[in-house]
Design a protein around this ligand. Sequence first.
Ligand code: ASP
Length: 321
Amino acid sequence: MGWAIALHGGAGDISVNLPAEFRQPREAALRHCLQIGIEALKAGKLALDVVELVVRELENIPFFNAGRGSVLTSNGTVEMEACIMDGKTMKCGAVSGLKTVVNAISLARLVMEKTPHIYLAFDGAEAFAREQGVDTVDSSHFITPGNIERLKQAKEANRVQIDYTQPVKKDTDNETSVEDGDSQIGTVGCVAVDNQGNLSTATSTGGFVNKMVGRIGDTPIIGAGTYANNLCAVSATGIGEAIIRGTVARDVAALMEFKGLSLKDAASYVVEERVPRGNVGLVAVSASGEVVMLCNTTGMFRACATEDGYSEFAIWSALQN
Ligand code: ASP
């Protein structure tokens, strides 16, 4: 049994004409974060520490919709959320509605380890952050010029009105594609299995651009955007409402547990059959070191590596062809 790691930088409608100036920094950032994860696993770190480490790094990179770089609510504010789960102990922690916490994923871990609860949100989560002494900054730190522009464009296009019960139509008029770098994608996630077979997952996001104030997506919801047990660890991305309805991450684990499916078959079934096209992507690893990176969107920034030397970086899915 060897270690394995996979990470994503968000799924969505990613045009094949994505300009190099948009693609290259994200690709470089994902490769850099993958390397950090590989080195930590090689050094014998626990999967839980590795996924937190990698997601913290992704949160600190402003190209992604998490931490610095989080997309904005309809009021122009940030409300970040994150979740972490340890498959062996089934312990988990989640946070929502953060406005000042630099690394939401580490606060989620503190919720898991230092409280009798699983999920803290808004004022209570902010107060807990202060009590724990984690790094906080003025909310303006998270608001990038790119995201101010994205919010403006989303308001003009009334973009939050997505019918998540239906397949997302492939964008032909370029209203929601990232052709010009105008992305609402970029949620980050990491799953890992260490060489003792421990599975962990972590996901972090600013949510959806132009979301209502107070909206909570799939990322912090255990079993929707994030889930791990002794069989697999899953981190999902895409349209949160569709992912919550599909109980995406838990369904992958449930198909393995109850039907004896392989990770690949379980994830393929969930992504292809259970969630309308254009709504979801996920990365997952199994206890035996199997890695899956799948989406039913046109693309998902993703990367993985395994102990036997296999490594992959990809953006587009077969749907794009
Ligand atoms: N799933 C996230 C949300 O709905 C967004 C994303 O993955 O891009 O909050």
